[in-house]
Design a binder for this molecule. Structure first.
Ligand code: IVH
Length: 704
């Protein structure tokens, strides 16, 4: 049962958030949370239409106009978009409009990124930029002309004198009839004498990072994300400040036009197709997106959208979704709108990546190398389908620089494979009860004083016998990509260390059945299985052991190179930095780290122990094959779906053994996509980019 109390409370809350977002440029909740409130409000309103009042946030487009700037009445309402949270929503939208107009069945769709920036309305008279405004409440915006003039992507002049072909003039008087049909692909590009277009001003991610670095260096307040930075930069009172901000823009709509012959047109200006409109705008000198595509069917548009969901980081700027638009603008116009949302387009939202939650505590972890890393303990929150309880805070300097306090409301980002991290505190949401965090002066695991090295941000526990470091070391040593000893989970590792049975990784190989049986939770079978797994790991190839040693900067690829180059640990131990640097891909830092690792007495001891327990693999046939002549040498592969015989690890090893490389995401540089059953969206991406596709059989043939 929904109560009127909840309804009123929601309205009030949403209106307050609107004000913070649009007027103050200082939101305290993320877009997802805002959307959730709005969905709830809409739900209540659909159940109780009689409750809806004119002050409901659903009854107007977004913002209240601030009094900082002069007001501008838009020549036509600046509309918003309805959201689709997934393919089912998009199909439901299609069904709704198909019922209203059966031409939709034959319609094309143009798909564009939904840029997460600030919507602007630009006015051109006789080809000259005369006024620019924010969207405001959709009816009235703020005059930010002077600020917009500083944005280089905005043309100050567009060509008007150019064509002798006046035939388009006739089109413009009868666009409604033309709109159902394909427009000719070339238009005479002379624009009308008064043209109003709409675009999105934003910052590229790299520029955003640079701007924040600069602001921080000058001791100024940094921005939480590129959208806030764009909004804050545009709504400066001094255009001189805006001019120092690396803003850019993409244009996607004609809002209004007028010609001598047509003073108050309620009709489209050709082209009447969104796809061709983008080209037309581009021809006039406006920046338009280069990732828009036009499709003959909704399903294709949806799969293209999903491709970008996965590849959104390749856009170079923040997009919170893709907009699927009926390509026929005449048809779209005729379909009209619901509230502030035109029926002819839908925003297909990507799962959110930024959410706010409460920072409950900061814990400190001790890494394999003794580095102390602060870890945020969060009030559980869902981000993109995953419940997040922890996030990284990078290092202690970061906490201090961002002034992150325990108890703060914080903005958390979780993107792709990256570990969730805290962007910063929402300082406006502070109650005063938050406490400043003081980094520990002793190691939380062994209690010894921590140390700090000149020129490094990290703090270290330098106690070589610190149990926390040993746990991390062992965890890494037995992990799948290293020695792959299954059945040796963290709990067992901790027990083995706690009772002093294991003081380094080599001790694993001398643990006996009796010792295991004495541990908590061990019975015969479990002990035997573990002993077999430990014994079998001795057969792991040299590259796996090199990974397992955990030398700074030596991951999978470098370990493979070292194994091939040296063939044995005996040879690797004797090497010099100069020799290492002669190997392709090895720089001075990695070379120094390797030499340093082998020079340490503790590590030399460890190596001697490993040799004595019989863990001393030597590269045999692999050492002899020159990888340059290997059949897959120089080729990069991406694998998606389940292959008939090879596992994920198996296919990777197979490709690498033949000299090929395996990467995670499809790009133009990918040589082949290896396709199995139930592939993910990498398949669509490969299709979109024209990357050749192989099945397992094809891969084997290619490898000879
Ligand atoms: S079309 C009638 N296209 O998204 C036209 N909007 O929630 C409606 N946006 O405020 C807008 N990129 O500022 C459209 N390629 C794009 C867009 C886009 C970003 C913004 C726009 C609007 C919001 C809608």
């Amino acid at each position: 049962m929904t109560s009127l109390v909840r309804y009123n409370q929601l309205k009030q809350e949403i209106n307050a958030h609107n004000h913070r977002y649009h007027v103050l440029d200082n939101p305290i909740i993320s877009d997802v949370e805002y959307d959730r409130l709005l969905v709830e409000l809409r739900q209540i309103e659909s159940e109780h239409p009689d409750w809806v009042t004119p002050d409901s946030p659903t009854q107007r487009a977004g913002a209240v106009v601030s009094d900082k700037f002069e007001k501008v009445k838009h020549p036509r309402p600046i509309l918003s978009l309805a959201n689709a949270f997934g393919a089912a929503d998009a199909r439901a939208w299609y069904e709704r409009i198909r019922k209203l107009d059966d031409r939709v069945e034959r319609a094309k769709f143009t798909v564009e990124p939904k840029i997460d920036g600030l919507s602007v309305v630009l006015h051109y008279r006789d080809g000259v930029f005369v006024q620019g405004a924010t969207r405001g409440d959709g009816e009235i915006g703020e005059d930010i002309t002077a600020n917009l003039r500083t944005v280089r992507a905005i043309p100050l002049k567009i060509p008007v004198e150019q064509t002798k072909d006046e035939s388009r003039e006739t089109h413009s008087n009868e666009p409604a009839q033309l709109s159902i049909f394909e427009q000719p692909s070339s238009f005479s590009s002379r624009p009308p004498s008064y043209l109003v277009v709409r675009g999105e001003v934003f910052l590229n991610n790299k520029d955003f990072e640079r701007l924040n670095t600069r602001l921080a260096e000058n001791g100024e307040k940094t921005y939480m994300n590129p959208r806030n930075a764009a909004a804050g930069s545009l709504r400066q009172l001094s255009p001189a400040i805006t001019a120092t901000r690396p803003l850019t823009m993409l244009v996607y709509q004609v809002v209004y036009w007028e010609n001598e012959a047509q003073k108050n047109p309620d009709v489209l200006y050709p082209p009447g197709s969104q796809w061709e409109l983008l080209q037309w705008l581009k021809d006039l000198g406006f920046p338009v997106t280069d990732v828009a595509r036009r499709f003959d069917a909704l399903d294709e548009a949806i799969s293209y959208t999903e491709t970008w969901d996965e590849g959104r980081d390749n856009l170079g700027y923040e997009a919170d979704g893709m907009v699927i638009k009926l390509d026929d603008l005449g048809m779209a116009l005729e379909l009209g709108f619901v509230g502030k949302d035109p029926r002819g387009a839908i925003a297909f939202k990507f799962p959110a990546r930024e959410v706010t939650t409460t920072l409950l505590n900061i814990e400190v972890e001790v890494g394999r190398t003794g580095v102390l890393t602060p870890k945020a303990v969060l009030e559980a929150v869902e981000i993109g389908g995953v419940i997040v309880r922890n996030a990284t805070l990078h290092n202690f300097d970061y906490i201090a620089e961002k002034d992150i306090r325990i108890g703060d409301r914080v903005l958390v980002k979780r993107a792709g494979e990256v570990i969730p991290y805290i962007i910063g505190p929402v300082t406006d949401a502070r109650s005063g009860a938050e406490t400043t965090y003081i980094p520990p002066q002793t190691c939380p695991a062994c209690g010894q004083a921590v140390e700090h090295f000149e020129g490094e941000v990290a703090w270290y526990c330098v106690n070589a016998a610190c149990p926390a470091q040993l746990v991390r070391n062992l965890e890494h040593f037995v992990s799948r990509g290293a020695m792959d000893i299954s059945g040796l989970g963290i709990k067992i590792v901790e027990q083995l260390i706690a009772i002093g049975l294991v003081r380094d990784v080599a001790d694993l190989y001398t643990v006996t059945r009796e010792q295991l049986l004495a541990l908590e939770g061990f019975a015969d079978k479990k002990a035997d299985n573990l002993l077999v797994a430990i014994a079998e790991s001795k057969a792991q190839p040299l590259n796996r052991l090199i990974i397992a040693l955990g030398i700074h900067g030596v991951g999978e690829v470098a370990a493979g190179d070292l194994a091939r180059h040296f063939g044995s640990l005996d040879a690797l131990m004797e090497t010099s930095a100069a020799d290492l640097e002669s190997i392709e891909g090895f720089g001075p830092n990695t070379a120094a780290a390797i030499v340093d690792w082998f020079a340490r007495p503790a590590n030399q001891n460890l190596l001697a122990k490993l040799k004595s327990v019989g863990l001393w693999p030597v590269e045999t046939q692999r050492a002899q094959t020159s990888m340059q002549n290997a059949p897959l040498s120089g080729l990069t592969f991406v694998v998606t779906g389940t292959l008939p015989t090879l596992s994920r690890e198996g296919v990777k090893e197979f490709i690498e053994a033949q000299g090929g490389k395996v990467t995670d995401s499809v790009s133009k540089k990918t040589s082949y996509l290896v396709l199995g059953e139930n592939p993910g969206s990498k398949h669509n991406k490969a299709l979109a980019l024209g990357v050749p596709i192989l099945d397992e059989d094809g891969l084997r043939k290619l490898a000879g």
